[in-house]
Design a protein around this ligand. Structure first.
Ligand code: FES
Length: 121
């Protein structure tokens, strides 16, 4: 894939099924790449919206991950905490080509910025 704003970060096979792999492109924010049970790949900032726990070390179920620190469930598609908890972590678009996973450079740059609202970007 030509450099059209997307950056290759790892191979799909480097992400364990029902698990995660952390990448830190260009020394930026830790990004957790998750592989769900139905084999979709999701990218979220590796920081729980509750108290910053490492979501990459949580338990993946369906298209959610349970934070290892206090058990909040975070949706991998939208980064939203499941009720009754409130908060979100930033999600990033994912592209796959020939078994490689790509993330958008502009979203990687924005990943470290705090979310300005309760919703997710
Ligand atoms: S830090 Fe994730 S549930 Fe508390």
């Amino acid at each position: 894939m030509p450099d059209d704003g997307w950056l290759a970060v790892c191979g799909r096979d480097e992400i364990p099924r029902l698990g995660a792999r952390v990448v830190r492109p260009d020394g930026g924010e830790d990004i957790a790449l998750f592989r769900s049970g139905d084999d979709h790949v999701f990218a979220v900032v590796d920081r729980c919206p509750h108290r910053g726990g490492p979501l990459s070390q949580g338990i993946v179920h369906g298209r959610s991950v349970t934070c290892p620190l206090h058990g909040w469930d975070i949706g991998l598609e939208d980064g939203q905490a499941a009720a009754p908890d409130v908060g979100c972590t930033r999600t990033l678009q994912v592209r796959e080509l020939d078994g490689r996973i790509y993330l958008r450079r502009d979203e990687l740059l924005a990943a470290a910025a705090p979310l300005a609202r309760a919703g997710c970007a």
